[in-house]
Design a protein around this ligand. Structure first.
Ligand code: IVH
Length: 710
């Protein structure tokens, strides 16, 4: 590695140098992270740290296929999070060295042979299998029972996600005929159709969508609330193992077959190969089938099949000598950016989309690319630092498109030498292109939003689509397309109009639904009946259907459970406009409700037009109150509990969830209103304050026996 790599302009790096530089940066950043988080002894200034991360990201953007599995760009939240208990792996969870071409694969085989001292003619077999683009998980079974599930973390220490792993169908809770101790390792992932459905749901709910299935899988597994994990379509492929009390087999293939026999899903495309040619042929075949597999893969993994040889080969620092990942080449193509269009979403976000001259990228025809936001187009990141060397993107530019597991392709680069004469930098609109309202950008937000809300047709239509969607009112026969048509014709402009549709366009009216093109007596009657069936609605669905920013299904359920009736909810949201008042505090006291969500609720209810539209809707509905959680007989129902100090038998989040399920209110601070303090070792000021106030204090065991969990 050259000593001046640091200063080499990214533009002048070739592939080899770029790969080396990415490796160097990953090492530096990992060391800086460890110094900062683990040792509490930062070695780099924030600016220096950011500079390394930016340089890393810029090189990855130029060479997307060189992005490492341990890329610092993916590290957000990758180190053990304080919300989860830490788990030291009985055996380290490894990563893999990379090969990028046939030459690298041949080098790998040569190095294995030479390490083992094999004669040139001696046979050597490898398994070949897809490299799943998810996140690795280690499952520990003792006497056939799943006792622990842990993420990789930094390889040595991961997070205890047992409760979450138990919600995954592919992970058996109990296995028969396995060694007494067996750690099964594999990849948690989300399939393409499940991912699309998950994002569609998030979009309908106005909550954050995931950029790709891997992020979705990671985000879903690393949830403090297992109920959320359970609602996500996670799957698991087993491909390796950690500690075992007795060998599974004498070959890699045999061991994986054994795992399959125990009830684990294993990848059906796994084969054995013995030459570079067979390996690369397999690699090319799977690469060609990649788009149709139904899940993301980012390469092929070759492993020495003979486990006795694997043992002899052993490990380097973090990678085994007996395996390598043969990465797929980046899916890249050059094409012309014909136009930049601005789409307006349900919550008013203006999203620029690049319309491209269609081009094939990795077997898929691409004609759109996301351009993220105005900074991205201008060639700078959220902090104003240059990206793509500061090159902006203009209509007419020749652009390089890539797909890196993301749903929508991105633009990696711009060819300035091919820029047509007379082009102008793209001017991002300051007015909503749909309704002409001001499009404003909040401090610290990278997104510009239309301020027109309900008067903006784009927002109104998207809101209506959300309102009728599956998780909301779920009106059979009233889909997105029909909503658009009825909106365009002025038949339905807001949710309340759905419930007056029959009065205005039903039997005996001058313009009737049954006379629309493609409609008839029966279909019209069916739609009216479907609408009628939804005149009674559970409170949580109604709250979700309102399409309030940041209120997804989960939050809607929390709110419904807390306020129980529409009247109580509406009254509380109006009262909460008094920030700092009791209604506001009450709202924030709900586990899962933070400042951002609370602010969004309060502002929505303070908006006259929106409020009026809600009232018009409510007039047509019968709202079913939310059932309060069954807390009868709970010794802590209605009490305010504070947890402090270290809890040893549960995480703070678990303790809180358990207390709330028993009807207690959990607060972060001790006051005269506190009924009970649960103090673990290291409790400080809160314990002193509780003692001063004469508040009952229990240790963790005392708490567990009080609630009957001891
Ligand atoms: S074997 C020998 N096999 O890739 C070390 N890993 O870059 C154990 N991965 O952390 C890994 N598919 O998360 C292996 N078929 C596969 C894989 C696979 C995906 C991931 C795994 C690992 C990373 C290493």
């Amino acid at each position: 590695m050259s000593g001046t790599a640091e200063d080499t302009a990214i533009e002048s790096l070739d592939r080899k140098a770029a790969a080396e530089e990415l490796e160097r940066l990953a090492g530096l950043i990992a060391a800086a992270n460890a110094a900062y988080h683990r040792d509490d002894a930062p070695e780099l200034s924030d600016a220096e740290y950011d500079r390394l991360k930016r340089r890393n990201a810029a090189i990855e953007a130029r060479f997307p296929d060189l992005k490492r599995d341990d890329s610092p760009s993916d590290r957000v939240g990758a180190s053990p999070s304080p919300g989860f208990a830490k788990v030291r792996h009985a055996q380290r969870m490894l990563s893999l060295g990379n090969a990028f071409d046939a030459e690298d694969v041949a080098d790998f085989i040569r190095s294995v042979r030479s390490y083992l001292g094999l004669e040139p003619a001696a046979p050597l077999t490898f398994t070949a299998e897809p490299k799943i683009d998810g996140l690795s998980l280690s499952l520990r079974y003792e006497d056939g029972q799943l006792v622990q599930a842990a993420t990789r973390g930094d390889g040595a220490v991961g997070e205890n996600v047992t409760a979450n792993a138990r919600t995954i169908d592919d992970i058996p809770a109990r296995i028969h005929g396995a060694p007494d101790v067996l750690e099964v390792r594999g990849e948690v992932y989300i399939s393409h159709p499940d991912f699309a459905a998950l994002n569609a749901r998030a979009e309908a709910a106005g909550t954050r969508t995931f950029a790709n299935p891997r992020n979705a899988a990671a985000g879903s597994l690393r949830q403090l609330d297992p109920a959320i994990t359970a609602s996500r379509p996670l799957r698991f492929f087993a491909y390796a193992w950690g500690e075992v009390s007795a060998p599974l087999a004498d070959s890699q293939l045999g061991a994986v077959e054994r795992l399959r026999g125990l009830g684990f899903a294993t990848n059906p495309l796994t084969v054995t190969v013995d030459t570079t040619e067979a390996m690369t042929a397999y690699h090319d075949r799977i690469a060609a089938e990649r788009a149709g597999l139904g899940y993301d893969i980012d390469g092929i993994v070759y492993k020495v099949n003979d486990l006795a040889l694997q043992r002899r080969l052993g490990l380097r620092a973090t990678t085994p000598r007996w395996a390598i990942a043969h990465k797929f080449p980046a899916e890249l193509a050059w094409t012309r950016l014909e136009k930049i269009e601005i789409q307006v979403g349900r919550t008013g976000a203006l999203s620029p989309v690049g319309r491209l001259t269609p081009v094939t990228v990795g077997g898929v025809v691409v004609s759109n690319a996301t351009l993220h936001n105005e900074d991205y187009i201008a060639g700078r990141d959220a902090r104003g630092a240059p990206i793509r060397g500061g090159r902006d993107i203009r209509e007419g530019d020749r652009v390089q498109v890539y797909r890196a597991g993301d749903v929508i392709p991105k633009i990696a680069d711009v060819d300035l030498s091919a820029r047509p004469d007379g082009t102008q930098p793209f001017e991002f609109p300051a007015l909503c292109p749909q309704c002409g309202s001001d499009a404003l950008r909040d401090e610290g937000d990278s997104v510009r939003r239309c301020s027109g809300r309900l008067i903006c047709p784009a927002q109104a239509v998207e809101q209506l689509k959300h309102f009728v969607s599956r998780a909301a009112f779920d009106i059979e026969g009233l889909g997105a397309k029909l909503v658009e048509e009825l909106y365009a014709d002025g038949w339905i402009r807001e949710p309340a109009d759905i419930f007056t549709l029959r009065d205005r366009h039903g039997p005996g009216r001058p313009t009737q639904l049954k006379n629309r093109e493609g409609w008839g007596e029966t279909s019209a009657r069916n739609l009216f009946a479907a609408i009628d069936r939804r005149r009674t609605v559970p409170l949580d669905r109604l709250i979700f259907a309102l399409g309030i920013r940041h209120v997804g299904e989960t939050n809607a359920r929390l709110l419904a459970r807390r306020y129980a009736s529409w009247d109580a909810f509406e009254t509380a949201m109006s009262a909460a406009a008094d920030r700092g008042g009791p209604a506001w505090e009450d709202l924030l006291a709900i586990d899962g409700v933070g400042q951002v969500l609370a602010t969004s609720l309060v502002t929505t209810f303070a908006q006259g037009a929106e409020r009026a539209s809600m009232e018009r809707l409510i007039a047509h509905l019968e709202i079913k109150d939310a059932a309060r959680p069954a807390t009868e007989g709970s010794p802590v129902a209605g009490k305010t509990v504070v947890f402090t100090g270290t809890l040893e038998k549960m995480t703070r989040a678990e303790a809180k969830a358990r207390a709330e399920s028993l009807g207690a209110k959990v607060s972060g601070s001790v006051s005269a209103r506190t009924d009970l303090l649960v103090a673990g070792p290291g409790a400080g000021s809160k314990a002193r304050k509780a003692a001063e106030l004469g508040i009952e204090t229990l240790d963790e065991d005392g708490w567990l026996s009080l609630i009957g969990d001891g």
